[in-house]
Design a protein around this ligand. Structure first.
Ligand SMILES: CC(C)(COP(=O)(O)OP(=O)(O)OC[C@H]1O[C@@H](n2cnc3c(N)ncnc32)[C@H](O)[C@@H]1OP(=O)(O)O)[C@@H](O)C(=O)NCCC(=O)NCCS
Length: 220
C-alpha cells in the first residue's frame, strides 16, 4: 500500500524542495529544463518571492517524508510584486551568469514579449500556483492542497483569486472548474512554441470570494 499523503503548511526548510518540484513540473507538468536550463535561477525567480513572506496559505503535500507537491499563493498582489522586484535586483547584482543562465534568457525575453494575461488586481488580488510530481497525481492531493489554500484566503477575506494555466494542463482545468473557478479570458500565445512545437492557449481563471460558502442552504 502506498504511504499516506499529508497536506501541511509550508515551513522554511521546505523551500528547496518546493523549488525542486516547481522545476520538475514547470513545463506543462514536466521538467522546465527544456526551456530554462538554469535550475538555481528558476528557483530564485519562481519561488523566491514567496520565501520572502508573501506566501500566506502555502501548503506542501508530503509522502514518506518527501515533498511531492505544493500550492503557493500570494494573497496581496502588491506585496508579491515588491518581493519579485527585490529578487530580480538581487539576481542581477549578485549572480555571475553561467552558460545555463544565458540559455535561459531566451525564455525570459519571450516572457517579456508575450506576457500571461491577468485580471483586475483589485477584484482578484490573490494568485496561486499548484503542482504535483507525476507519481502523486490523480489521488486527490491537488484538490486537498487547493481547498486548504482557498480556506486560508476565505479566512483573510480576500475578494478574489486568479490564476493562469493553459489548455495543455487538462487535469488542472478540470480541478479548477470543479472548485468553482471561471474562465475570465483565453489567449493564444507563442511563448513556448520553440519548445512545445506549437502555440499554447493561456487560460486565465478566477474565483470570487474564495473559501466562502457560495451555495448556502436556505433556512426559510
Ligand atoms: C493539476 C494537478 C495539481 C491536479 O492534482 P491531482 O491530485 O492530480 O488532482 P485530483 O486527484 O485532486 O483531482 C481533482 C479534480 O481534478 C480533475 N482532474 C484530475 N485529473 C484529471 C485528468 N487527468 N483529466 C481531467 N480532469 C482531471 C477532476 O475534476 C478531479 O475531480 P474528480 O476526481 O472529483 O473528478 C496535478 O495533476 C498536476 O500537478 N498536474 C501537472 C502540473 C499542472 O498542470 N499544474 C497546474 C498548473 S496551472
Amino acid at each position: 500500500m502506498p504511504a499516506a499523503l499529508m497536506i501541511r503548511p509550508v515551513c522554511p526548510r521546505d523551500w528547496a524542495d518546493v523549488a525542486r518540484v516547481a522545476y520538475l513540473t514547470g513545463f506543462f507538468g514536466q521538467s522546465a529544463r527544456v526551456y530554462f536550463p538554469d535550475q538555481a535561477l528558476f528557483g530564485a525567480l519562481w519561488i523566491g518571492p514567496y520565501v520572502q513572506g508573501t506566501g500566506a496559505g502555502s501548503f506542501v503535500a508530503e509522502r514518506a517524508g518527501e515533498v511531492v507537491g505544493y500550492v503557493l499563493g500570494a494573497p496581496e498582489h502588491d506585496r508579491y510584486r515588491q518581493a519579485l522586484s527585490r529578487v530580480v535586483a538581487r539576481q542581477v547584482i549578485r549572480r555571475r551568469p553561467t552558460s545555463a543562465t544565458l540559455r535561459s534568457l531566451r525564455y525570459l525575453w519571450r516572457a517579456a514579449l508575450y506576457p500571461s494575461p491577468h485580471a483586475d488586481w483589485r477584484a482578484f488580488p490573490a494568485h496561486l500556483h499548484l503542482n504535483l510530481l507525476p507519481a502523486a497525481r490523480g489521488a486527490g492531493a491537488g484538490r486537498r492542497l487547493l481547498e486548504a489554500h482557498l480556506s486560508v484566503l476565505g479566512g483573510l477575506g480576500v475578494p478574489g483569486v486568479q490564476l493562469s494555466t493553459t489548455t495543455e494542463n487538462v487535469a488542472a482545468l478540470g480541478l479548477y472548474r470543479r472548485l468553482g473557478f471561471e474562465v475570465l479570458e483565453t489567449r493564444i500565445t507563442p511563448l513556448w512554441t520553440p519548445w512545445l512545437g506549437h502555440p499554447a492557449t493561456h487560460v486565465l481563471m478566477g474565483l470570487r470570494a474564495p473559501g466562502r460558502d457560495r451555495d448556502p442552504v436556505r433556512r426559510d
